[in-house]
Design a protein around this ligand. Structure first.
Ligand SMILES: Cc1cc2nc3c(=O)[nH]c(=O)nc-3n(C[C@H](O)[C@H](O)[C@H](O)COP(=O)(O)O)c2cc1C
Length: 286
């Protein structure tokens, strides 16, 4: 059992925000297999206006590539509210709502944070993935501090920002410390250009993917995750850390490096429930 900011997780293995955690069936499957906590797919306060688009996943030797659209990936507030109320936080399997705004304006974050808190979420994950255009902003650091501080004041449940590689550790961690944050989630997927081998001789992109919004997932991410983890621990944060975890051994490495709990997305999506199961069996949960 792990307790982070007063929230109890029956095991230290948490399912990251990912396609499994956008449906009741996916979440129940994770719970049945002994997950210690669930981070819901990210939600934002917006209206879905156009065709949803598709989510493409292509496998390569070293990992896999995924491409999608904002509207396909991000739940509306209504969808997330309904999902959270349906699955409900169990006493020792917290449901963490993941929320996103498209800018650092507080008005874009408050309604979704308030509603997910009301819907019964045990914690809030702040998803900064869609803010990667922000580096042109003046006073970026103070703006992030201000936003996060205000959200902490507005919400009674713990707030956990999710770190991605656009936010260098020694930039973001002092900012979050200043905003009063105690727990961070890491490390989000890494956006990359499409590899040249997918472009055929005549210059056609044969896999139909574009550079926009493509992320690459695989075991190579683990060293990056560990580096962010070590840094976060140096700043004194609790960490729910993942990104590149492929086996029970990887999860153990994360815990030994100081993670309070470990997140898995891809491994769970591809059915590696044994990573969760080990801890669940130890705790007599399955
Ligand atoms: C298809 C897909 C969708 C994802 N959607 C979200 C999301 O909505 N919010 C979020 O915070 N992370 C999202 N992630 C990122 C995962 O939570 C996780 O950080 C990332 O996959 C790295 O972990 P892994 O190596 O265990 O897959 C998504 C990942 C995948 C593969």
């Amino acid at each position: 059992m792990v307790i982070i900011e007063g929230v109890t997780f029956r095991t230290p293995i948490v399912i990251s925000s990912c396609p499994l955690t956008e449906s009741v069936a996916g979440i129940e499957k994770c719970m049945e297999n002994g997950a210690g906590g669930i981070i819901l797919k990210t939600a934002s306060d917006y209206k879905r206006s156009r065709e949803e688009g598709t989510r493409r996943i292509l496998h390569a030797k070293e990992g896999y590539w995924a491409q999608s659209t904002f509207e396909k990936e991000i739940m509306t507030l209504e969808e997330a509210d309904k999902l959270c109320k349906t699955v409900g936080s169990r006493e020792d399997v917290p449901v963490i709502a993941s929320v996103a705004g498209m800018s650092l304006k507080i008005d874009e974050w408050i309604p979704v944070c308030r509603q997910m808190e009301k819907a019964g979420a045990s914690m809030l994950q702040l998803d900064f993935f869609y803010l990667n255009h922000l580096w042109a902003e003046e006073e970026l650091g103070p703006k992030i501090t201000h936003l996060v501080k205000q959200l902490r004041e507005e919400c009674r449940i713990p707030i956990m920002p999710k770190i991605n590689v656009n936010l260098p550790a020694d930039f973001i961690f002092p900012i979050l410390k200043k905003a009063g944050i105690h727990t961070v989630s890491l490390l989000d997927s890494v956006r990359v250009p499409v590899v040249p081998s997918w472009i055929s001789g005549d210059g056609q992109n044969t896999c139909g993917m574009t550079n926009e919004g493509t992320s690459f997932f695989g075991a190579w991410q683990l060293p990056l995750t560990l580096s962010y983890l070590m840094s976060a621990k140096r700043y004194g944060f609790h960490v729910i850390g993942g990104g590149g975890i492929r086996s029970k051994e990887d999860a153990e490495v994360m815990l030994r490096f100081g993670a309070d709990a470990v997140q898995i997305a891809s491994a769970a999506m591809f059915g590696r429930y044994d990573i969760i199961g080990e801890y669940a069996v130890l705790g007599n949960l399955i």
